[in-house]
Design a protein around this ligand. Structure first.
Ligand code: 1HN
Length: 352
């Protein structure tokens, strides 16, 4: 068997000297960094964190007194992860923010490559316009603004309307795929009937015969609260996930895939007293408590939530959900980066 040996003894200081001289060539010795580059499993820099509605709502309303939607373009408090300082990021791939629109306000039309989703947290009578289609937004509605679609928001409400924005900004930033454009005119024309995508694609199992949308996102741009809430309510125990309870995905009705190319979104219901099994996955997520009072254990630390609270679940953290009420359902909305991780076969899951 052929073996290779050094023909003479190497002095440690020769190696040190060699290594410290390498940086001038903009190279580095992989053998010193191999285990750092290839961790046995993901180690997220993001931290689990919970933002409290009762703290943030007054701050958001204060922003409403101090800054107009016209000035701000989007009046949003960003949910900034304490482990990702200096980045516009709630997890390493996902961004969440709370947006406020006040009666009569308009948030100007623009478009960008990051995908956006919205879940309405408070109020009714606001609207968004996506590529010429006006959609009404009320509590619990889930609305999409896919990659590069023109969008603006307005409010015909009598009070504040607040929603959770979800965008793939940190991912798009890392991949250097950000493009942005303001609309050339004051506002885009409304070229389609109100809530048109709901009429065309919103009846489960029934699709238009004369056209089939083939884009990378769902052609259905709005999923009404009533439908989603009834759907999770009607699931039998037999259809439940051990780790997530009664959980449904907001899918693209054409192919059953995620509603956006980069983000998958879900509504889940926990029965009174229900405790899910613990699991972890190489997918990061942002959760919004919609109904009830519950607790999510993340890496064995308790994050107690009530309606309006938002929490970040970093990649590969053990977690389980619990409904703390003995009488009422708990409902969580969430979105994650699973479509990206699955596309590259980087998605893994473990139960404990
Ligand atoms: C955006 O366009 C909206 O359209 C909300 O409502 C939040 C955060 C970062 C970049 C663009 C919106 C955003 C955003």
């Amino acid at each position: 068997m052929a073996t290779t040996t050094h023909s003479h003894a190497v002095q440690p200081q020769q190696v040190e000297q060699y290594l410290s001289g390498l940086s001038q060539y903009n190279v580095g010795p992989l053998w010193k960094f191999l285990r750092q580059a290839l961790t046995p499993e993901p180690r997220s820099q993001a931290k689990p964190f919970l933002w409290r509605w009762h703290e943030l709502r007054p701050q958001l309303l204060r922003a409403g007194e101090l800054v107009s939607a016209a000035e701000a373009e989007r009046r949003v408090l960003m949910l900034l992860n304490p482990g990702l300082e200096g980045r516009i990021a709630t997890t390493h791939t996902l961004y969440g923010g709370l947006q406020l629109i006040l009666p009569g306000e308009v948030a100007a039309t623009h478009r960008h490559t990051p995908n956006a989703l919205r879940f309405i947290m408070e109020g009714e009578g606001a609207y968004t316009v996506v590529d010429g289609e006006k959609m009404t937004m009320s509590f619990g509605d889930f609305v999409l603004t896919p990659n590069w679609t023109w969008h603006d928001h307005g409010s015909e409400a009598s009070g504040p309307v607040v929603w959770l924005d979800g965008l793939d900004i940190p991912l798009a930033t890392l991949l250097e795929g950000i493009f942005f454009e303001p609309y050339p005119d004051e506002a885009q024309a409304h070229t389609k009937p109100l809530n048109n995508s709901v009429a065309e694609y919103g009846k489960s199992g029934l699709l238009p015969t004369w056209q089939r949308f083939t884009g990378a996102h769902s052609p259905l741009l709005k999923y009404a609260w009533k439908d989603a809430r009834e759907a999770v309510a009607s699931l039998s125990s037999a259809a439940e996930s051990p780790c997530d309870g009664a959980i449904l995905e907001y899918v693209n009705p054409i192919n059953g895939g995620p509603s956006l190319a980069t983000m998958a979104s879900f509504l889940q219901k926990l029965k009174p007293g229900q405790k899910t099994e613990t699991h972890r996955h190489s997918v990061s997520a942002i959760y919004l408590a919609v109904e009830g009072h519950g607790r999510t254990l993340i890496e064995d630390k308790a994050y107690d939530w009530s309606p309006g609270d938002v929490f970040a679940l970093p990649t590969w953290c053990w977690h389980a959900h619990e409904n703390l009420s003995a009488t009422e359902d708990a409902v969580l909305f969430s979105f994650n980066d699973a479509p990206v991780m699955k596309a590259f076969n980087w998605s893994r899951e473990q139960t404990r």
